[in-house]
Design a protein around this ligand. Structure first.
Ligand code: NZQ
Ligand code: ZN
Length: 396
């Protein structure tokens, strides 16, 4: 097991009717900016519950943060924050609202000219941020309990991730009842996103970390078991609650401690979203199985472990051949699982021409200086050539 440090300062408040806790958690004299998305919180009662709990506090509002939150939109908040002396941000919504608000928290304190500079690596991240908290309405990203955020820029079709210890939410409220109103597609995307986050901290090569492996496997088994249940019965509280807690656990920084990681699927997936606008979860469902096929030799030992422990695939052939069978079957099972949730695993399922996407995206990584020797993945060997093959295997 590798050396690591672990600190997660976010307080989590979980369960029914917990939005009322805002009354106790936000300082009474705070000047709050409540941020939200396209309006789901207004039709499912979450907005009303939050406003009620905020009581007599001074609250300003900013709506319209879109899925894959845009830099251009988030920047509009800075003038309100300055003019009104806002000193607390409350994000109410899905991962996009939370991520957009994390960016705003940093941008509001940024001393340089353009906050995009710290997104694209031209400048270092600000040394101060506004405090923020969240009411989560979509289990998927783990943003409620981590220090990551991902921002898209319309004008350049770019999507970049950032990280800063300053933007861990002070607290996050997780009321599973807020997720009853999710469209099936978003519930399914959230399950895929959670699944892939877990995999990116697990599906590399064997490292002596049996507890971390078992944690990851328990998350995967839980998703495989609970996913179909929620599609059948979207108003089952216990299943909703399980999915919400599972998504938080998958990306709160715990399961990756001491083990190798491979975030290639997210890296390529962000480009698919930036160029073609497909949902985050959809992009991952396409890339991850294709990545595994491309990197089969390097990943097959862990794929076999996954197939065996998570899917219960037992080979009757002894030795390495048998293991390859398990590994191959594990990839097939994963594709079937995503497809069963209604999330296609091929670019054609989204009307995207694979050859064109492969060309555009591999060129972009090439321009950023990626090579097969200094590339993505646990072995840093995924460069533009491999990315082209992953997105369009037939061009091999
Ligand atoms: O905008 P509203 O009207 O709220 O509608 C949203 C949106 O249309 C809707 N929705 C959310 N909660 C709802 C609801 N509709 C009905 N009832 C509810 N309770 O769902 C749609 C999608 O919302 P969004 O926030 O975009 O989804 P998600 O939570 O999947 O977030 C995706 C974003 O998070 C980033 C992704 O790249 C993407 O930009 N990620 C952030 C991460 C992080 N911070 O750690 C890690 C992830 O890997 C991911 O990259
Ligand atoms: Zn994700």
């Amino acid at each position: 097991m590798r050396n690591f440090s672990y600190q997660n300062p976010t307080k989590l408040i979980f369960g029914k009717n917990t939005i009322a806790e805002l009354a106790n958690e936000i300082p009474q004299n705070a000047k709050v900016l409540l941020t939200y998305g396209g309006g789901s919180i207004k039709s499912n009662g979450v907005y009303d519950a939050a406003k009620k709990a905020l009581g007599s506090r001074v609250v300003f509002e900013f709506g319209g943060i879109e899925p894959n939150p845009r830099y251009e939109t988030c920047m509009k908040t800075l003038s309100i924050i300055k003019k009104e002396g806002i000193d607390f941000l409350l994000a109410v919504g899905g991962g996009s609202v939370l991520d957009g608000t994390k960016f705003i928290a940093l941008a509001a304190k940024y001393q340089g000219e353009d906050p995009w500079d710290f997104m694209c690596g031209k400048a270092s991240s600000p040394s101060e941020a506004l405090p923020l908290a969240s009411v989560l309405t979509l289990p998927a990203t783990g943003s409620e309990s981590n220090a990551n955020f991902v921002i898209s820029r319309d004008s350049t079709q770019e999507k970049f991730g950032g990280w800063s210890p300053l933007i861990y939410p002070k607290f996050s409220i997780l009321d599973p009842e807020t997720t009853y109103s999710l469209p099936v597609k978003q519930t399914a995307n959230g399950i895929v996103d959670t699944f892939v986050h877990t995999m990116e901290q697990y599906l590399t090569f064997p490292e002596y970390a049996p507890l971390q492996d078992r944690w990851a496997e328990s998350i995967l088994v839980t998703l495989i078991e609970q996913g179909p249940l929620i599609i059948e019965n979207p108003n089952d509280y216990n299943v909703r609650a399980t999915l919400m807690w599972t998504a938080t656990m998958a990306l709160n920084g715990l399961i990756s401690r001491g083990v190798p990681e491979d975030w290639t699927t997210h890296g390529i997936g962000h480009e698919l979203t930036a160029f073609y606008g497909i949902d985050h979860g959809q992009s991952l469902a396409v890339v991850m199985p294709a990545l595994w096929k491309n990197q089969f030799e390097k990943k097959k030992a862990k794929l076999a472990q996954y197939g065996n422990r998570v899917w219960g695939i037992l080979s009757n052939k002894p030795g390495q051949e048998g293991k390859d069978d398990i590994a191959n079957l594990a990839i097939e099972k994963t594709e079937e699982f995503f497809e069963s949730l209604g999330v296609p695993t091929k670019l054609s399922g989204y009307g995207i021409a694979a050859a064109e996407a492969a060309e555009k995206i591999s060129k972009r990584f090439e321009a950023r200086g990626l090579t097969s020797e200094r590339g993505l993945g646990e072995n840093a060997c995924i460069g533009p050539k491999e990315i082209r093959e992953i997105l369009c295997p037939k061009t091999l």
